[in-house]
Design a protein around this ligand. Structure first.
Ligand code: F6P
Length: 533
């Protein structure tokens, strides 16, 4: 099947796809749910290409794998675990069986406990030593930070609870800045760590504990924990009533739907959090029920495979024309690259094609004034994924929102159409002539024929955000299955962690850098001569 796709690609690779774009294509090369429209008409995928891409789904057993995931089978084969973040948004509580047991009663009970605690914090029924909680600090990293931090920003218009801060980096600059802004007597610290062993998180948690200890008598009373490791949260001194557990079948980067979302729930309230879950659940149902061609996550995944594995574009840019989605690219970097950045197939053999692409991006219109130059005229093609809402939350400034939307649509149009030499000449014909005109005109040529997709939605509500995040999760799943990758482990982060632990005593000057390579030893020496130890 890959060969057939590559053969088809070879035939159409040089074609200009803007010549194919009429209203019939626009109505066909898109997928729609009740809230969202995903347009992939501005790509070089044609009817045959789409048919061949869809055949990949059948060859690689995507439907069976999808059903296995939703039903609780251990599809994370290298860790022997089920993959059930979907159970966290299964609000109707239909049974989900893992090892012979329905996990839903516990999921819903934990959700209810989170809601009880969030309501108590928000109403003032739960207080710090100095009174009502004004600030919540979420200490976590990776999946225990990026999801809630991204969503808290995305849903800023819905905030009506305490201020939320997110500390992730072990760099003391991160926590120091947040602690400076908070009063320890009215602050709740949430330690978010699936394993409760992550060195950055535990180091920051101890720093926060010491900070609070200087002003608060019962420090433990102003701490909560989100973790699968309840023995470790108890050893840290956090009362079980403020520990919110989850099972190991929730991967870190898929965990914001459960306890890891507690800080978000504190900020926007349980009702808005439930709306976020409902959005995720709606996308789950769409993913399970829609035909492949109408299935949004499936088509988003297949467009990704066409661009990365077939056309060979190594990166993709995520460009939200929605400032509140500023952290979406960072969130997707973990979701997509930690999931599908693997060099071996599920069976341990070398991957026969490229792994997932490099994902990057910034919100529009800021990116336009930074890196879009390369996107339009650079020698590398970067497929762009635009996101745009029909309305913002600032009704009195809607004219600015209209300008934002116009910019978004203009960028995808410009990438597709480009500007040829004749048009470039005509643009400056009144300014110069002859050889100078030729030279100047060439700088103003845009090759065009550069692909992009656009995800359009009415407004970034909690429910729509839930749909968007679940859409990308399922996209990662489909790409992983088609590529033969286990999207749910992350062995690639281990080596660096081990070496950092071994290097700490060397950096501190307690051990010599014996056995270290020359470059590392020289850098240690330089940093030590400037005071690191
Ligand atoms: O960096 C690897 C990783 O395990 C991520 O997958 C995870 O999201 C992050 O570390 C944080 O882990 P934990 O929640 O256990 O502290």
């Amino acid at each position: 099947m890959w060969d057939k796709l590559r053969a088809h690609h070879a035939k159409v690779a040089e074609r200009r796809f803007d010549s194919m774009l009429d209203t019939a294509r626009a109505a066909d090369f898109m997928a729609q749910t009740s809230d969202m429209r995903f347009d992939y008409a501005k790509t070089n995928i044609d009817e045959t290409g789409r048919k061949l891409l869809i055949e990949l789904l059948d060859v690689t057993g995507v439907a069976a794998k999808r059903d296995a995931m939703f039903s609780g089978a251990a599809i994370n084969e290298t860790e022997g675990r089920a993959v059930l973040h979907t159970a966290l948004r299964n609000l109707d509580g239909d049974p989900v069986i893992v090892d012979g047991q329905d996990v839903m009663p516990e999921v819903l009970e934990t959700l209810a406990r989170m809601e009880g605690f969030a309501n108590d914090v928000r109403s003032g029924a739960y207080q710090g030593q100095g009174g009502k909680i004004t600030d919540v600090i979420n200490i976590g990293i990776g999946g225990s930070d990026l999801g809630p931090a991204m969503a808290a920003l995305a849903l800023a218009p819905y905030h009506d609870g305490p201020r939320c801060h997110f500390v992730s980096n072990v760099d003391p600059a991160d926590i120091a800045q947040v602690l400076r802004a908070c009063d320890p007597t009215t602050t709740l610290v949430i330690v978010a760590s699936k394993t409760f062993t992550t060195i950055e998180t535990m180091t920051n948690a101890r720093t926060a504990q010491a900070w609070m200890g200087e002003a608060v008598k019962d420090t433990g009373a102003q701490f909560a924990a989100l973790s699968t490791a309840e023995d470790k949260t108890a050893a840290f001194g956090i009362d079980p009533s403020r520990v919110f557990g989850f099972a190991d079948w929730v991967g870190g980067r898929y965990s914001m739907w459960g306890p890891i979302g507690l800080s978000l729930m504190m900020a926007v309230g349980p009702e808005a959090f439930r709306a976020f879950l409902r959005g995720g659940q709606a996308m789950d149902r769409h993913f399970q029920a829609a035909d492949w061609q109408d299935n949004m996550p499936v088509m988003l995944a297949l467009v990704g495979i066409w661009h990365n594995q077939i056309r060979g574009y190594a990166t993709r840019a995520v460009l939200p024309y929605d400032n509140n989605l500023s952290r979406l690219p960072a969130y997707l970097q973990q979701l997509e690259m930690e999931s599908n950045g693997k060099g071996v197939s599920m069976d341990g053999t070398t991957l026969p094609h490229e792994s997932g692409p490099v994902v990057w991006g910034e919100p529009g219109t800021n990116g336009q004034h930074a890196f879009y130059q390369l996107i339009h005229q650079g020698t590398r093609v970067v497929p762009c994924e635009f996101l745009v809402a029909a309305r913002g939350h600032e009704d009195d400034l809607h004219h600015q929102h209209q300008l934002l939307v116009a910019n978004c649509l203009a960028q995808s149009e410009a990438l597709m159409r480009g500007r040829d030499l004749d048009e470039a000449r005509a643009k400056i014909a009144d300014k110069c002539t002859g050889a100078e005109l030729e030279r100047q005109a060439r700088h103003r040529v845009f090759t065009g024929n550069r692909p992009s997709t656009t995800l359009a939605y009415p407004k970034l509500t909690p429910e729509v955000l839930g749909q968007i995040i679940a859409l990308y999760e399922h996209r990662v799943f489909v790409e992983g299955v088609v590529l033969g990758i286990n999207s749910y482990d992350q062995w690639g982060v281990e080596l660096g962690k081990e070496l950092a632990t071994a290097l700490q005593p060397v950096v501190e000057g307690q051990e010599a850098p014996d056995g270290k390579d020359g470059s590392t030893a020289a850098l240690v020496q330089f940093l030590q001569s400037h005071g690191v130890s």
